[in-house]
Design a protein around this ligand. Structure first.
Ligand code: CUA
Length: 336
């Protein structure tokens, strides 16, 4: 993208498409602004009053003309809509085979955690040419992750997970900003996405290895909070649903509806267990609201995800292949 254009650098697979739509809308707007201005000026001169006693000819109106100037703008507006909707779906369709990064915003910093355990603050290292999916929440007020060079922006809302994804197309360092006013140091709540060549990224990962993975930390919490007594790997106790293979599967609830067990569902089931009761189980689980931080919650979610090999978007495809990481086997196993 040339620098004279009024857009930031373009560095993701979708940023070119976003710019194209932007320039299209911009072009149409400028065209009609000029057209209408010129016509107004022309009419003012052409039909000006020439002598004080002049009486204008009455105008009857024209259905043809009115139809024409209603239908043409409608068709143009529909192109905005269709193009915009297409782009929106491309942007918000869950990314397949993405590297997952957990993001927790708090006044006034960003914490990132990679599935392999590396933790970062206000800096995110990713490889070029791979989809990266951010699973985001906040410890306090609403924040917003905005990466201009990737043309992505999404609110980070307390009490739920929001996601966004990008695929960087060239190595470099790109600004990201908090784009939701969140208090005194909002303007300082910013950082960098460092996009690296794959080999460089591998080096970075191994250079920062040795940190506990979210799934391993989650397993420790799962044991220390006593979850394991009802949700043992095979749920021998039978007091709570078995969690092996639950992530990404369809769960049947006691009102006969069903939900896909994604990150949000797991989170809700920990904080508000009675909200969606699995069929055949009583409302006996206590809430863990207030006993567990957002980061710990993400760890437990990562652990439960590691007990499964399916992804929510493939939920209906097949039951989890018999990959059964027993609770102790491979704590760092990343959910694939
Ligand atoms: Cu966080 Cu503004």
């Amino acid at each position: 993208m040339q620098s004279w254009l009024p857009v930031p650098e373009s560095a993701s697979t979708l940023s070119g498409d976003v710019d194209a739509l932007y320039f299209y809308i911009w072009g149409v707007t400028i065209f009609f602004t000029l057209l209408i201005s010129v016509v107004v000026i022309f009419f003012v001169i052409r039909y000006r009053r020439r002598n004080p006693f002049e009486i204008p000819r009455p105008i009857e109106g024209s259905h043809k003309l009115e139809t024409l100037w209603s239908v043409i703008p409608l068709l143009i507006a529909i192109t905005f809509f269709v193009w915009g909707a297409k782009l929106y779906f491309a942007q918000y369709k869950p990314a397949q085979n993405a590297i997952e990064v957990y993001v927790v915003g708090k006044q006034w910093m960003w914490k990132f955690q990679h599935a392999t355990g590396q933790r970062e603050i206000n800096e995110l290292h990713v490889p070029v040419g791979r989809k990266v999916k951010l699973i985001m929440t906040t410890e306090d007020v609403i924040h917003d992750v905005f990466v201009p060079a990737f043309r992505i922006k999404a609110d980070v809302v307390a009490g739920k997970y929001t996601t966004e994804w990008f695929e960087a197309t060239k190595p470099g360092t790109y600004n990201f900003f908090c784009a939701e006013y969140c208090g005194m140091n909002h303007s300082g709540m910013r950082g960098y996405v460092v996009v690296m060549e794959p080999t460089e990224y591998e080096n970075w990962l191994s250079g920062n290895a040795g940190q506990t993975s979210p799934a391993a930390a989650g397993r420790n919490l799962f044991e220390s909070l006593g979850c394991i007594s009802c949700h043992g790997a095979n749920a021998e106790g039978g007091r709570g649903p078995a969690l092996l293979g639950v992530y990404g599967s369809k769960v049947v609830l006691n009102n006969n509806s069903s939900v896909t067990a994604d990150e949000g569902y797991i989170r809700e089931s920990i904080l508000n267990p009675q909200a969606k009761l699995v069929t055949g189980f009583g409302p006996i689980m206590p809430s863990f609201q207030g006993q567990i931080s957002e980061e710990q919650l993400l760890d437990v979610v990562a652990y439960i995800k590691s007990l499964s090999t399916t992804k929510p978007e493939q939920a209906t495809a097949k039951p989890a292949p018999s990959a059964t990481p027993s609770t102790g086997a491979k704590p760092s196993a990343t959910p694939k």
